[in-house]
Design a protein around this ligand. Structure first.
Ligand code: NDP
Ligand code: PYC
Length: 340
């Protein structure tokens, strides 16, 4: 169905379309199912830069041999509270799904546990992972480097990836408090969507390759993006490089883009996920202390400010009844992959 140049899909149709396209490109069925769930969830929650648009990106990564389409994740326990899943060069979604149960078990047993995903290809938002852990009653953090596209504050040459940080906090009887954002001024996917729509970008998102601020998405994609919040975002981007790169024995964003060898694939490397069981510190005081957290959320919302994820949760409710709308051109580009 087409309206205002958009195509409307039910959530079931969106996920089935993603799965068919991925399998058609040669992705093994278990990976295709996990990746399709994540893309459909992104579209459902109004995260267009990490929704069905990512099918075009994933198809390129598969076609260019950036991703191993039938990788078999291998799980290990480097220490009592640590889980590692070596993704074998496949997409990150299946390794996360396979590592999560042991991460949750260890967080409950030791109070805190960490999961390293190694040797994975990452195209996705991080909120699905921290939201799933918060749904298990855990506080959670997730980090991943990407490709070196972002200049440090004070410079104009790429060093960092867009390096997202996500956090989830469990809320009894309510959807979890979740934020998830790039440490760049904006996710690169957002600039790519501006390029596809032929729209200029704000001048503080990045530089052209001569180091001048630019509103041309193509110039910034070929130049350097900026961090958010000046030196603060720059330091956080460096932290993500360190704790989800060398700390877990995986690539930095500079190493990832070098390994890509110009194929324009999704970043290759690692992700660090930390899970903390609040009852580890709080024991019988858990409920009282979670109530104190609720007082903070009420103080935010009570003055008309919104919580991160409120927009996403509202989009989810809408999408469940109305389905999702994607630009007709994107639908044509995705449909063409079914014939490729
Ligand atoms: P945004 O700048 O849009 O920020 C997103 C976060 O901020 C969300 O949690 C959002 O909640 C919240 N937020 C936005 N506006 C407000 C507001 N006014 N009040 C309170 N909270 C607000 O996202 P980015 O462009 O930085 O990143 C988008 C996505 O890209 C992320 O999901 C990230 O994981 C992904 N990404 C993935 C990478 C990878 O390598 N895998 C690399 C870089 C980014 P809400 O959603 O409800 O609006
Ligand atoms: O939008 O910056 C981004 C991004 C990088 C990898 C996946 N998404």
């Amino acid at each position: 169905m087409s309206r205002d140049g958009d195509v409307t899909l039910t959530l079931g149709e969106a996920e089935a379309l993603a799965r068919s396209v991925l399998e058609r490109q040669g992705l093994a069925p278990d990976h295709a199912a996990a990746v399709a769930r994540t893309m459909a969830a992104g579209e459902r929650d109004g995260c267009a830069s990490h929704g069905l648009y990512r099918l075009l990106v994933a198809a390129n990564s598969i076609a260019k041999g950036v991703v191993v389409p039938d990788a078999v994740p291998v799980l290990s326990e480097p220490a009592v509270a640590l889980v590692r899943v070596d993704g074998g060069g496949g997409f990150a979604q299946l390794p996360f799904e396979q590592g999560k149960p042991l991460l949750v078990e260890k967080a409950r047993r030791f109070g805190i546990a960490a999961l390293a995903l190694n040797n994975v290809v990452h195209f996705a938002a991080l909120w699905p992972e921290v939201e799933a852990l918060a749904g298990e009653g855990l506080a959670a953090l997730a980090f991943t480097p990407s490709h070196a596209w972002v200049a440090p504050e004070g410079g104009t040459k790429p060093v960092f990836g867009t390096n997202p940080i996500a956090f989830g906090w469990p809320r009894p009887g309510k959807p979890p408090f979740v934020f998830d954002f790039a440490t760049s001024a904006v996710a690169r996917g957002e600039i790519e969507l501006h390029r596809r729509a032929g729209k200029p970008i704000p001048p503080d998102w990045g530089y052209d390759d001569a180091g001048n601020p630019s509103t041309d998405p193509v110039a910034v994609l070929n130049g350097a993006m900026r961090t958010f919040g000046g030196h603060k975002g720059s330091a956080l981007a460096a932290m993500v490089e360190l704790i989800a790169g060398p700390l877990i024995g995986d690539m930095t964003s500079a190493e990832s883009i070098a390994a890509d060898q110009g194929r324009m694939g999704s970043p290759i490397g690692g992700e660090l996920v930390i899970a903390i069981d609040p009852s580890g510190f709080l024991g019988a005081g858990l409920e009282d202390h979670l109530r104190r957290a609720e007082a903070m959320f009420e103080a935010i919302e009570g003055q008309g400010a919104r919580l991160p994820s409120a927009r996403r949760y509202a989009a989810r409710v809408r999408s469940e009844t109305e389905g999702v709308r994607i630009p007709a051109q994107l639908h044509r580009d995705i449909s063409a992959l079914l014939k490729a």
